[in-house]
Design a protein around this ligand. Structure first.
Ligand code: DSN
Length: 430
């Protein structure tokens, strides 16, 4: 092996070390982040990073892929088992390219589709006007009800009958409640549309029965692998083999998806990442992963209660999944999401500013704070820690410009984190 990074690149080594200390000392509440196991990290940092393997197992454009095929086939088989999927493609580099490949496979440019409004909890790739999905295709966005802040499936059905989209995209990045994928499928069936779900955030909950699994109700499902699924940065696409809306077509749905990923969009897969995905999927098939997911939801409910008990208002007044969104409006902090995020960051509480439904501010100066429990649950924290974290967050929000309050919260968080060592024994953190 080459020289140790501590000797060859002091600057990068220093940044890695400091990042390790940051994540150890603080509470990571960004709901799309998690901490992978050492086994996943080990699989990621291997010589598979060197390989080119354009194509699919058994059909590659390069030689020397016998072990890459082992890895990719294991990742595929484990993912199929986790979600009960008929066909899986594990090659997408991340969530956005995975979604892009689905658009390429199912739609033609300028086709109409429906996606979840970004402010209310969708994603850039669900039809935002600044993203390829909103630029190349005609997006008719659906939204939550203004009063309840919940999805109203009767309203979406009515909208779908008028818009006649070729595809409806369900899924979330900031919606704190369960999604009824079956209801979306009924809407799709009514109008003859494809149903595509993006479960990047809730994949772990879907795989373990803590959220309805969309796979039976969808033509295509995408997920990233690094959020609740607790794998490396990356994504995958699951789909039915047959294309129920294109029975006369030359390609099956599975073939359309595979060719949209490669050669349609990507080149060589990231084989080191796929090795780490396979390890994470194996971990997610173990019984303790289900216990972990149960605790994510319990912790989210406990954190939501603590925040509300301390005077904060949440979108939809709570959560059913792993995330929640604090509404700053009633605290007189409309458009102050950035300032609050930064104040919490100073206290080593890591969250992200977020829009709220019918946002009165702007995407860069929004009126919400999004937070979730996957990462702190991985660390072993439970309901009693959620109570403390909720109290600290509320104090900082109420006094976001008061350095002494922030300093006190930081001390409390540091004390709490000491009891939950992250990556214990890891050499670089010594
Ligand atoms: N927007 C990211 C998130 O939910 O944090 C995913 O792309």
């Amino acid at each position: 092996m080459m020289d140790d990074i501590s000797k060859t690149d002091a600057e990068i080594f220093d940044a890695i070390k400091k990042e390790g200390i940051r994540i150890r000392n603080g509470v990571e509440l960004i709901p799309s982040e998690n901490f992978v196991s050492k086994a996943v990290l080990q699989a990621y940092a291997t010589f598979f990073t060197n390989k080119y393997s354009e194509g699919y197992p058994g059909k590659r454009y390069y030689g020397g892929n016998q072990y890459v095929d082992v890895v990719e086939n294991l990742a595929i088989e484990r993912a199929k088992k986790l979600f009960g999927a008929e066909h899986v493609n594990v090659q997408p580099y991340s969530g956005s390219p995975a979604n892009q490949a689905v658009f390429f496979a199912l739609l033609n440019v300028n086709d109409t589709f429906m996606g979840f409004d970004l402010n209310a909890g969708g994603h850039l790739t669900h039809g935002s006007p600044v993203n390829f999905s909103g630029k190349l295709y005609k997006c008719v966005p659906y939204n939550v009800d203004k009063k309840t802040e919940l999805l109203d499936y009767d309203v979406i059905m009515k909208q779908a009958k008028e818009a006649k989209p070729k595809m409806i995209l369900s899924g979330l990045t900031a919606y704190p409640r369960k999604i009824d994928f079956k209801a979306f499928r009924e809407i799709c069936d009514e109008i003859g549309a494809y149903h595509f779900a993006d479960i990047a955030h809730i994949a772990g909950l879907c795989a373990t029965g803590l959220h309805q699994n969309p796979v039976p109700y969808c033509d295509v499902v995408t997920t990233t692998t690094h959020k609740t699924l607790r794998g490396p940065r990356g994504a995958m696409i699951m789909c039915k083999i047959e294309d129920r809306l294109d029975k006369e077509g030359k390609k099956t749905l599975a073939q359309k998806i595979d060719s949209a990923v490669f050669p349609g969009l990507q080149g060589g897969p990231h084989d080191h990442v796929n090795a780490a995905k396979a390890v994470a999927f194996k971990e997610a098939l173990q019984p303790d992963y289900k216990e972990y997911c149960k605790q994510i939801v319990k912790n989210a409910k406990a954190l939501a209660s603590s925040l509300m008990n301390n005077g904060l208002e949440l979108v939809t007044n709570g959560t059913d999944n792993h995330l929640m969104v604090i509404k700053l409006v009633n605290k007189g902090l409309t458009g102050k999401g950035k300032e609050v995020q930064n104040a919490l960051g100073e206290a080593e509480i890591y969250v992200n500013k977020n829009t709220i439904p019918y946002e009165p501010g702007s995407p860069f100066n929004p009126s919400g704070i999004r937070l979730g429990t996957p990462a702190i649950t991985t660390r072993g924290m439970k309901e009693s820690e959620m109570k403390v974290i909720g109290e600290c967050i509320a104090k900082v929000i109420d006094n976001y410009e008061d350095k002494s309050v922030i300093e006190k919260a930081k001390k409390d968080i540091l004390e709490l984190c000491k009891e939950f060592p992250l990556y214990p024994g890891m050499e670089i953190l010594r």
